[in-house]
Design a protein around this ligand. Sequence first.
Ligand code: SF4
Ligand code: SF4
Length: 436
Amino acid sequence: MNTAATEHPARPTFDRQGPLSDEQRVEAAMRSFVREFGRTTALHLETCVHCGLCADACQFHVSTGEAKYTPIHKLLPLRRAYAREAGPFAPLVRALGLVKPLGVTELEQWQELIYDSCTMCGRCTTVCPMGIDIAELVKEARHGMFKAGLVPERLALMDRTARQWGSTATPGEDLPDILQEAAAEHGVEIPCDLAAAEILVTAAPAELGEHTRALAAAAKVLNRAGVRWTMHSEGFDAANVGFNNGDLELQERLTRSIIDTALKIGARTVLLPECGHAYGAARWEAAKWYGRDLPLRIVHMTEFLDELIAGGRIRVKPVGQSATFHDPCQIVRRGGLEAAARRVLAALGFQLIELQDHGLTGWCCGGGGGVVSNVRAAPLRQKVFEIKRAQVEATGAQRFVTSCGQCRITLEMGARQVQWGRPVESLLELVADNLD
Ligand code: SF4
Ligand code: SF4
């Protein structure tokens, strides 16, 4: 079921899924919030000093100037739920009616704030003097909204597909054919379903559709390094759909399928593609689910390339031009891989001209957290794109590189919209194209 703003012109756009009544939706959301109000969440919700620093860190607020897009405003419903249900004075707050209970209309209005105008980029988190992890709180808020069936329909559709197929791109049984076609098209060997391998290689959904070139680039590098690797139809999608939507149960199932497949074939490493949220979902969330150290390594493509080059397992030819680099939030700010990409760029002989804001403080591409797939958010995304475009232009660099396929797609969409003729290049593809 889809209820759009056209039916309620005065209200922000929202979608609904499933047959729940309004009361059931509110109850489902509240139950989820209360379950997640652990000590850390409580600390984060209690310690805001309203300094306003996070407002200027958020690309949606900066691009639009609208107060509703300030990070702390995006958390208001969660704070109200906390005050009424789990805060130290919750019984008193309820008895005296100090904080009004949340209603379904407020949840519906909230949808735009935590899905359309938050990429969970964590830029606000880095500036908060109280260390409040707003991005993590938005993830918890999305979990409640998913339970309430109040998710943007595009994301819900992807969720249903992933629940059915184990991937948003394709059912596993079709993977061998997809890989065979990609291998033929790009003239590279892509092993599939080997019974044993050192490395299980995964793909972002787009790489199994329009962007098989990225998959071929990975294959070229892996084959040159001489490692025994495979993709596998039982675990191949470096999924982030559950993470983005708030369907954490789905995310756990998808991530576990990769890890379990790797263990089954004796792989000691799972290689993640150039995708930011997949890195967050697999690398950091998986360890929480297993409740102990993971029995294998999960590495992002960027750190893998860095290791191969540093260890002399592949060599690259220098390109010899200037380049600027877009830091993907989930890989750099949330993932700590700032130096690895720069070492790879240096190995490629690029003269790096940094963006005014880069590394931990780099601006988001505007499409993370599912925003790129959420058609409703396109106008907002386009406004955010202008921040990046201006900073790239200011560098005067000849090339514009990034290490996340989703960032690249978002930036390309932004560039197309304003006919900005600057290609966005993949670090992986640059390495693959310049193997020595
Ligand atoms: S996580 Fe990013 S997009 Fe979301 S509120 Fe913070 S700065 Fe804005
Ligand atoms: S920066 Fe932190 S303390 Fe300041 S308003 Fe934002 S969340 Fe609150």
